[in-house]
Ligand binder design. Sequence first.
Ligand code: ACM
Length: 265
Amino acid sequence: MKIAFVQIYPEFGQIEKNVNRAIAFMQSMPADIYVLPELFATGYVFESRAELMSLAEPAESGFTAVTLGQFARANNAGIVYGFPEKAPDGLFNSCAFVDGINRPVVYRKLHLFYKEKQLFDPGNTRLKIVHFREARLGMMICFDWIFPEVARRLALMGAQVICHPVNLVMPYCQNAMTTRSIENRVFTITANRIGVENRGGLECRFTGQSQVTDCKGNVLYCASSDKEETFVADINVVDADDKNINELNNIWEDRRIDFLEPGDR
Ligand code: ACM
């Protein structure tokens, strides 16, 4: 199965332009599953909740969902992408999986980073597994990486590939995702953006280096920190179903959860 990330430099507030740009990159690289960055169509540094609200979209009927769904359907692909979600119960930093056939599957970021806490509502959806052809996909968003229980829970729920839209400004995530792959024996694909946003007194420099790691922790590719690019990895998703490290160690069976939960909180 071919999994791809798209690393782009979004132009703040230009939803249509950014969606079309991402589509042009996807068109240039045939794949089965694409992962786009967090908030890839809007940009990241919102000056106020009102501005965020003006750029947020409903998960099913928004321009981004509909346009990506059409691309996915026409190309027999699935796409995971980040977007600001306008919902009846709040305003969320969300990602969705679309295939253009089924309703989008939405995950709302559980762990908000820094000023996101002043703009978004904290996610209120549970972690989900998406079944797409022969693959089982998990979704998490950016700062969720620093909470290893997110990837662990997704892996325990059966995820073979963790799709991870991000807007990274710190340098630690790529190493952490290698570890998430090693400790859970899953593929991870982190799609970051590049460029700078300086708005309302906050400057964010996004670090690129989108990365694909296999289920043994080998980095298959790490992108540049300053160029737009797409990368496709051809993987066997079933490799992630083997949780044996050797003939005596199995990472699921060897867990000592009886001594670790729940008394150690
Ligand atoms: C982040 O969660 N966007 C760092």
